[in-house]
Design a protein around this ligand. Structure first.
Ligand SMILES: NC(=O)CC[C@H](N)C(=O)O
Length: 205
């Protein structure tokens, strides 16, 4: 029998409840993670959208940044959306002074990249491995992925307009990230994909 995985949502700041709801719709049990002992109990973690500078500062003061890095290095699956994508990037551009990330994905992410042109917008993005219909993606002061290392698989790019070709969804092994917010649209394909990844990981380990 396949066990139901417990997926944490980093609950320092951001749209935690929406992710929990989407993960539950994808068949996972969820846990709000604010403390290192909560982080220890989850099979995978979602880092939500919000504000990456605040998330970073809070992660430091809650003494979560170090434990988060350790669990990611040890192979915990993690998925970051928007600010969460920034948190999973090994390198960031246009960060606040001294801004750190948990890292894990070999990519450079530019913060507020689309925001200079337009604060928020919606676009259809075809996503590898998540069905034939493009994903209707909501971007809110979103970052984009400026460059990726060889181990990173590009799952989606913006298709049209002046931002055509920009990388907005990636995966590196057990880590994945999207520049957009799949918790807001009621189409939970991204959460299903991540929940399946976590389920397979718990079977492998
Ligand atoms: N919707 C979002 O998560 C926005 C991200 C935000 N601009 C940041 O830098 O963290």
């Amino acid at each position: 029998m396949t066990a139901v995985p417990t997926i944490g949502v980093l609950a320092l700041q951001g749209d935690v409840r929406e992710h929990a709801r989407a993960l539950e719709a994808a068949g996972a049990r969820t846990l709000a993670v604010r403390r290192p002992d909560e982080l220890e109990r989850v099979d995978g973690l979602v880092l939500p959208g919000g504000e990456s500078t605040t998330m970073w500062r809070l992660a430091r003061s809650f003494e979560l940044l170090g434990p988060l890095r350790k669990r990611i290095e040890a192979g915990m699956p993690a998925y970051g959306s928007c600010a969460g994508m920034i948190m999973l990037a090994d390198r960031i551009r246009d960060g606040a002074a001294g801004q750190e990330t948990a890292g894990g994905i070999d990519m450079t992410v530019r913060r507020n990249a689309f925001g200079r042109q337009v604060d928020s917008f919606e676009a259809d993005v075809p996503l590898t491995g998540m069905g034939d219909t493009p994903y209707h993606a909501v971007f809110i002061r979103a970052p984009w992925v400026e460059s990726v290392g060889a181990a990173v698989e590009i799952l989606g790019r913006a298709e049209s307009g002046q931002n055509a070709g920009r990388i907005v969804a990636v995966r590196q092994g057990r880590l994945m990230a999207t520049a957009f917010h799949p918790e807001l649209t009621g189409d939970f394909r991204v959460h299903h994909y991540f929940a399946d990844l976590v389920r397979r990981t718990t079977e492998e380990d």
